[in-house]
Write a protein that binds this ligand. Structure first.
Ligand code: NDP
Length: 238
């Protein structure tokens, strides 16, 4: 019997692909994002869709409680929601830095806090945090974004060590470039064009489903097997 999986940022890209893969594998799901119409349009069985801004901790926690009342305790949380606002440090609006840290880092911490205690009490559960190759190495115009993703990588490994004794798994997936809506929110058309050119040099980015298959692989290992980290990039990405 498959248990409840919570996926944040399931309205597009990697989160949407993960939702489809996990649904196909028979998991009941809680899907979270702000664009509720995109979540409901997926039309997946055993699936609760909740319109939640993950920076709103109370709404995030309430959505989890609602799903648990329907499907039982959360067995797996996939902290995938994220924003990438590329910019030059000299000119970027500091509100963009704040937004990235709020969504990519603080909301991810909130998500873990919402599910970890019961997982520890049950001696099982899995948290999968979507970091990035930008959580391992730096790129031009990525200073604040890399800052958030280095933070996600550090937080994930730190929490993994803290809860390992309780039988809870914590995993970091670090994707390379993936073809999604992520770049759309960057305001500089010059930076966007440069990023698109860079993707062409590697013969195109990964597909969102490439990451979704890995997330399912991690979750479907026996509970005593924890894949601590996966770094997945297009073969030609440098
Ligand atoms: P998308 O832009 O396609 O998806 C981002 C998702 O996050 C959307 O579903 C969006 O939903 C959700 N989201 C953003 N802000 C919030 C918020 N405040 N509250 C709730 N949900 C939110 O990009 P990706 O699929 O590429 O990104 C998914 C993750 O993968 C991110 O963490 C990203 O940093 C990471 N990643 C992506 C890479 C890539 O090249 N694409 C590479 C490495 C990592 P909505 O707008 O409806 O709220």
């Amino acid at each position: 019997m498959k248990k409840l999986v919570v996926i944040t940022g399931a309205s597009s890209g990697i989160g949407e692909a993960i939702a489809k893969r996990f649904s196909e594998a028979g998991y009941p799901l809680l899907l979270i994002a702000r664009r509720i119409e995109k979540l409901t349009a997926l039309n997946l069985p055993n699936c609760l869709c909740e319109q939640v801004d993950v920076t709103n901790k109370e709404a995030f926690v309430q959505a989890i409680a609602k799903a648990e009342a329907e499907f039982g305790p959360v067995d797996c949380l996939i902290n995938n929601a994220g924003v990438m606002l590329l910019g030059q440090i000299e000119t970027q609006d500091s509100n963009e830095w704040q937004k990235m840290f709020d969504v990519n880092v603080v909301a991810l911490l909130n998500g873990m806090q919402a599910v970890l205690e019961p997982m520890k009490n049950r001696n099982c559960g899995t948290i999968i945090n979507i970091s990035s190759i930008a959580g391992r190495k730096t790129f031009p115009n990525h200073a604040a974004y890399c800052g958030t993703k280095f933070a996600v990588s550090a937080i994930t490994e730190n929490v993994r060590e803290e809860v390992a004794d309780f039988g809870v798994r914590v995993t970091n997936i670090s994707p390379g470039a993936v073809e999604t809506e992520l770049l759309n929110h960057t305001t500089s058309s010059e930076i966007k064009a440069g990023y698109e050119d860079w993707k062409q040099t590697m013969g195109g980015a990964l597909l969102a489903d490439d990451i979704a298959r890995s997330a399912l692989f991690i979750q479907e290992q026996p509970q005593q097997v924890c894949i601590r980290e996966l770094l997945i990039a297009a073969t030609r990405q440098q």
